[in-house]
Ligand binder design. Sequence first.
Ligand code: UD1
Length: 363
Amino acid sequence: MKKIKIMCVIGTRPNFMKIAPLLRALKNYPKFRPILVHTGQHYDYKMSGVFFKDLNIPRPDYNLGIRAGLHGEQTGRTMIEFEKVCLKEKPDLVIVVGDVNATLASALVAAKLHTPVAHIEAGLRSFDRTMPEEINRLLIDQIADYLFVTEPSALKNLIKEGIPRKKIFYVGNIMIDTLKNQKYKAKILKQFNLKPKQYAVLTLHRPENVDNKKILENLLNIFDEVQKKIKIIYPVHPRAEKQLKKNGLTRFINQMRNFEIIHPIGYLENLALMSHSKFVMTDSGGVQEETTVLKIPCLTLRQNTERPITVTQGTNVIVGRNKNKILKEVNKILAGRTRRSKIPKYWDGHVARRIVKILCPKK
Ligand code: UD1
């Protein structure tokens, strides 16, 4: 029997937790032969390798070794290398996840080779085209053949953009399959001398927050106020770390006594850290969703979100970079005044199974 070749593409940290459950689900279908391609956009052990270990992801069949670069350069180099792999392997389907440069580059190559493309996490829109991810999302969804969405807003966005309804599948959030599948221990709390519910977690890495010195300084001033109320722990992303060093801001950080920067942490450590925290402050997309499921209050340090269900149903509050708003929300949380939330429909741990069933109705 000729097997159906399914090429799964990953490139950056937020892709790994989305591909892990899919690879597991594909294994149950002997008809499929999965091929895993890592573009290598993220490459440090702490940004990539540790996730393979934590999530039991097999070694990729190909690593394109792309690494960092300007957008055109990074996307272009990924296309050049990915095209070679596609020409050699001739996949029957290419599956891409999320919205990073690796996602766009591989979807574009596949579409031009007339290979069907499936996009997991389609339709999310921040309506802010200054975000590189928003450009990626819009373009990927125009050329994808299967669009798997996590929430109703995504379905609505795609219909508005003229995508035929029959291409769109409301399956839920695959990242939650991974979250529900984990047993994580609170070892990291001991390691950093943290007491449950007596600290807040910060993640901050988006270009609009960290690449401009004034904005970054302004945010640090706000964190300075917050750390007077509760300890903040910040696993720093390499992009942010570079900017903090370049702009001479590490001295300011060192004088905040209750603000601790740590190296990037693995998936399991991060879940443990978030789930025992009092609240999380973030500019990441995935963290807004994970905190909703963990039922931990989340303050999003952005002007908008492409994941509105985390606000309407989950624990997320959009606070931007507004000092008064942030402090007001922090005070509310510390006083125990948090909103009631619920877990969105289909964020139930069975998303990968639904996707694979759609791709292959007959086992
Ligand atoms: C990328 C994604 C972003 C996602 C983020 C998650 C795009 C356009 N952006 O942003 O959507 O939220 O990943 O982390 O694709 N670096 C290292 N080691 C690594 C990885 C990166 O030092 O393992 C450094 C790079 O050298 C570069 C910087 O971090 O200087 C940024 O890396 P890059 O992959 O270009 O973008 P991210 O900011 O990580």
